[in-house]
Design a protein around this ligand. Structure first.
Ligand code: SF4
Ligand code: SF4
Length: 267
C-alpha cells in the first residue's frame, strides 16, 4: 500500500509534500509530483500538508482519480526506485495521462502559506490558503480542504501515538477507532483519539484481542459507561491469562524432566 498523488497537484506543484516526506520518495515531473510506491513508507505525513488535497492513501483515492494510482506507479517504469528525489531534480517527463491534460486552473503556489503549529495538541504542519482565489480556482468536483479544520490527520495521530498509519486503519477496521472523513475522503480524528489509541495499545500489550477490547473500550474511555460488567470481564480475562501461564509453566516442568533424562543418556 502506498500514497498516491492525483489531479489537483497538476500545474500546482508547490512541493509542500516534499518537505514533509521522511524518505524523500516524492519525485517531481514537469507538471505533477509522483510518489515512488516501493519507497513510500506509508507514514501519511504528506497528506495533510497538501494545499489542494491531491494526496490520498491508495484505498481512499476518489473513484474519479483512480487512474492516478497507475500514473504514479508507471511514472517509475524506467526509473525504478532511485533512492531519493532530491538528487534527481525535476524529471523531464510526465505520465501520458497528465501530459494529455489541458493547463489546469489551479492557483499559483504563491497563494498558499505553510506554517508549523506548535503545542502538544498540534505538532503537525498545516497549510492554509491566503487567498480565496484558491477556492474559486479549484478544479470542478474537488471539494477543497477547509472542512473538519483542527482535527488530526492520520499522519498526525500516528506521530503523536507512535502507532503506524497502517495499524490505525486496522484499529478502525476492528471497530476500535472512529475516523471522520473530509469531503475529499481523508481521515480526520478528534484529539481524544490519542488517548483511545494509547489505551488500545496498552490492552493489546495486556494480551486482549480486538474482540476482547471492543466491548470494554467505551467503559474504559468514559466513566459513565464503566459498569461492574466491565470489571468482571477484565478479571475473567486476567484469570484466563493466569491459567495459560500456569499451563505454560507445567509444560516447562515436563520439558525440564525430558531434558534431564536425555542429558543423563548423552552424558
Ligand atoms: S506517505 Fe510518507 S513516505 Fe509516503 S510519500 Fe507521503 S510522506 Fe513520503
Ligand atoms: S503538496 Fe500537493 S500540490 Fe503541492 S506538490 Fe505535493 S501533491 Fe502537489
Amino acid at each position: 500500500m502506498t500514497y498516491v498523488i492525483a489531479l489537483p497537484c497538476v500545474d500546482v506543484k508547490d512541493r509542500a509534500c516534499v518537505d514533509e516526506c521522511p524518505v524523500d520518495c516524492i519525485y517531481e515531473g514537469n507538471r505533477m509530483l509522483y510518489i515512488q510506491p516501493d519507497e513510500c513508507v506509508d507514514c501519511g505525513a504528506c497528506e495533510p500538508v497538501c494545499p489542494v488535497e491531491a494526496i490520498f492513501y491508495e484505498d481512499d483515492t476518489p473513484d474519479q482519480w483512480a487512474d492516478y494510482y497507475n500514473a504514479n506507479v508507471d511514472f517509475f517504469d524506467d526509473l525504478g526506485a532511485p533512492g531519493g528525489a532530491a538528487k534527481m531534480g525535476v524529471i523531464d517527463k510526465d505520465h501520458p495521462l497528465i501530459e494529455a491534460l489541458p493547463t489546469q486552473p489551479n492557483p499559483s503556489p504563491d497563494t498558499h502559506v505553510r506554517f508549523r503549529a506548535n503545542g502538544p495538541a498540534a505538532p503537525y504542519t498545516a497549510v492554509m490558503s491566503i487567498s480565496d482565489t484558491h477556492v474559486r480556482a479549484r478544479p470542478s468536483g474537488h471539494p477543497g480542504r477547509a472542512d473538519l479544520p483542527g482535527l488530526l490527520s492520520i499522519g498526525g495521530l500516528a506521530k503523536l501515538t507512535r502507532v503506524s498509519p497502517r495499524s490505525l486503519r486496522y484499529y478502525e477496521e476492528q471497530g476500535l477507532l472512529v475516523a471522520r472523513r473530509t469531503e475529499a475522503g481523508h481521515r480526520r480524528y478528534e484529539s481524544e483519539a490519542v488517548d483511545r489509541v494509547l489505551l488500545v495499545q496498552r490492552l493489546f500489550a495486556a494480551g486482549l484481542s480486538s474482540a476482547d477490547i471492543r466491548p470494554v473500550l467505551p467503559g474504559m474511555i468514559d466513566d459513565a459507561h464503566c459498569t461492574e460488567d466491565l470489571v468482571t470481564e477484565l478479571r475473567e480475562h486476567r484469570d484466563r491469562l493466569q491459567q495459560e501461564v500456569e499451563r505454560q509453566l507445567d509444560t516447562i516442568d515436563i520439558l525440564d524432566e525430558v531434558i534431564e533424562e536425555h542429558s543423563a543418556h548423552a552424558g
